[in-house]
Write a protein that binds this ligand. Structure first.
Ligand code: ZN
Length: 628
């Protein structure tokens, strides 16, 4: 592959900009996007390909019944004359909330509210039991705040952003002729402010092991001012002994949150309207996007066809992923990627065997976890059963269709409470440009869409493929051994398999990685070391294991190409508002540092480019950190 280096930058001072600087200086971020480059360009390419197919088949359906449903939903979203007919559906649904005046009326209505997907003052659902991943558990947490993170409620930006929200909401409520709009809005913001003080921040959520707080049902009911037990029985048909509370602080303050039901009533009404009004028309969709655009810095909404495609793919993601994988992903590439994954696992095992800071006992446990790790590449062989349930009335307005699809999705998810966990399920669809490790399944997934250049190509050099997809594969494997994953065993259960001393050593390394990234400056803000530590540990393990694999299979490899492509996969240009947003909410560090900070930890980087202590990319040997 050709590189167009930015010769005005010294590689020894800034690898990322040496590789990507020229592209970044020329790139223009489209008005409807917060960011461009790297992952985003690939995602755009996949979307363009699928959108072309959607347009082609939308008038003349295919032979695939499930894919046709996605096409029908796309057609519905494209038809504006029909969308606006759903207005009375939304207004009727919103007006029902006028009945909720106190905890007595809430207690009577809560079953209906729950079954009909109303915004509730708590969120309940079924997920894998983190201590027994063969079973499901009932889980409970708080609703989302208006600002994307609770920490934003303590910044000078808060007022300005909430004013944008308020103005947007007022315009929409007035257009819909909702009475007492200003009063509803003030109450909504008051409820949201109370919420922001009791739900978790992104930094707290990042420590996902701490979400596991089993409460006995008999203890839990005391935190509610309505009959929680009978809601659970009516919805699930059984009463589990235990509920996993993800946010104990929220539950402990629930009664205070609900001390004035008029606040909840207003918040639920406004949230319901703002969350659904885009389905009625393009004018409403444009209006309802104002707040998000202020948050991420974009100036234009995405086109109608992209919106329609994304709506369809949000319900039929696996169906579209399988279609994409079968049509655009070759068996040759799949076999090649499997061999890279196997190489990475072999290297990982070797590195664990040679580990100097762990006892043999812990090493053996780690290798056992690695041996049990399942691999998913491309797309699933069969489509999950839930997609067959997603049937809708072709004559109903879009908003009603979407509402019913949401009801079907949550009802299906809720029936899992009685069923064993199906570990063959995929958590990412084939058309996703991403990869993941699922701690409860102890598996790694690489969808078809990420298996393309610059991450991977049969046409790229071996060095480039290891600098790209090799590091991504190593990254996902390393999530099994990051600060969270390391607390779960080979079966996907929270279980301490470490000796005390080994875990203490590991904690020291976690702290060092946190410190390495914490406070790094970007776009007038700084990196949060704690929020991003799990991803930084994974990046570190990814580079370490991919480098080792490459050197083993190709002893005369040109490591320059490895590092060039590693820097290139992170190439990205973002709006400053978006960069700041991600620094607050994203567990991944910013692309610039994922490339530039991480390579400084490796001897190979210094040797390959002859980096000296006077260069900006230099990190003193005692500060270099390689964990796995
Ligand atoms: Zn990751």
């Amino acid at each position: 592959m050709n590189y167009d280096f930015d010769e005005t930058v010294r590689l020894e001072d800034d690898l990322y900009n040496y590789v990507n600087g020229k592209w970044i200086s020329k790139a223009k971020i489209p008005a409807d996007k917060p960011t461009t480059g790297g992952f985003i360009n690939l995602q755009d390419g996949v979307e363009k390909t699928l959108l072309k197919d959607f347009k082609k088949y939308s008038q003349k359906l295919t032979k695939d019944e499930l894919f046709n449903r996605a096409l029908n939903l796309y057609n519905k979203a494209m038809n504006e004359d029909e969308r606006i007919k759903g207005k009375s559906y939304l207004l009727d649904k919103a007006n029902y909330l006028d009945n909720i005046k106190d905890n007595t009326s809430f207690n009577e209505a809560v079953y209906y509210l729950y079954d009909n997907n109303y915004p509730l003052p708590f969120s309940m659902g079924v997920s894998e039991d983190m201590k027994d991943a063969t079973k499901h558990a009932l889980c409970l947490m708080g609703p989302h705040t208006i600002l994307p993170d609770t920490s934003m409620y303590n910044t000078p930006n808060k007022e300005q952003l909430l004013n944008v929200y308020k103005e947007m909401a007022l315009t929409i409520l007035n257009k819909l002729e909702i009475p007492n709009a200003l009063d509803l809005l003030n109450k909504t913001l008051e409820f949201d402010d109370k919420l922001s003080k009791i739900v978790k921040s992104s930094e707290e959520w990042a420590d996902y092991i701490k979400a596991y707080n089993p409460y006995s049902i008999n203890d839990l009911i005391n935190y509610f001012d309505f009959n929680f037990k009978s809601l659970v029985v009516s919805r699930y048909g059984i009463l589990p002994d235990t509920v996993i509370v993800y946010e104990p602080r929220f539950i402990e303050n629930y009664k205070d949150l609900m001390s004035d039901y008029s606040l909840y009533q207003a918040w639920a009404k406004v949230s319901l309207i703002l969350g659904n009004v885009s389905l009625l028309s393009e004018e409403f969709r444009d209006l309802a996007g104002t707040f998000n655009r202020a948050i991420n810095g974009t100036t234009k909404m995405i086109s109608k066809d992209k919106y329609a495609y994304r709506l369809a793919s949000s319900y039929y993601d696996e169906v579209i992923g399988v279609y994409y994988g079968k049509k655009y992903f070759g068996e040759e590439a799949k076999a090649d990627v499997i061999s890279i994954v196997k190489n990475l696992i072999t290297s990982y095992k070797r590195r664990l065997n040679e580990n100097k800071w762990l006892s043999r006992q812990t090493i053996d446990k780690a290798i056992n976890k690695l041996d049990k790790m399942a691999i998913k590449i491309g797309y699933p062989d069969t489509i999950d059963k839930r997609y067959y349930n997603f049937v809708f009335d072709l004559n109903a307005p879009l908003i009603e269709v979407v509402d019913n699809l949401n009801k079907i999705a949550s009802a299906y998810a809720d029936t899992k409470l009685y069923k064993p966990v199906d570990k063959s399920a995929w958590v990412m669809s084939g058309n996703t440009v991403n990869a993941c490790y699922n701690p409860s399944f102890n598996d790694i997934t690489f969808p078809a869409a990420i298996l393309q250049a610059p991450f991977y190509s049969i046409k790229q050099t071996v060095e480039e493929n290891y600098g790209g997809i090799g590091c991504v594969i190593g990254h996902e494997i390393s999530h099994a051994f990051d600060n969270n994953g390391a607390q779960m065993d080979e079966l996907g259960n929270i279980n301490n398999w470490w000796t005390e001393e080994d875990y203490k050593n590991f904690q020291t390394k976690i702290d060092l990685m946190t410190a390495e990234f914490d406070g790094l400056p970007l776009a007038g803000a700084t990196v949060n070391g704690k929020l991003s530590v799990s991803e930084n540990i994974a990046d570190n393990g990814g580079v370490a294991s991919s480098l080792e694999s490459l050197k083993r299979i190709k002893p005369d490899c040109d490591l320059k190409l490895f590092f060039f492509n590693y820097a290139r996969i992170w190439c990205q240009k973002s709006r400053p508002e978006y960069t700041k947003l991600l620094l607050t909410v994203d567990v991944h560090g910013p692309s610039y540092y994922r490339a530039n900070m991480q390579v400084r930890n490796f001897e190979e980087f210094y040797d390959t480019f002859n980096i000296k202590s006077t260069d900006k990319m230099y990190l003193a040997p005692e500060k270099r950190l390689v964990i796995w």
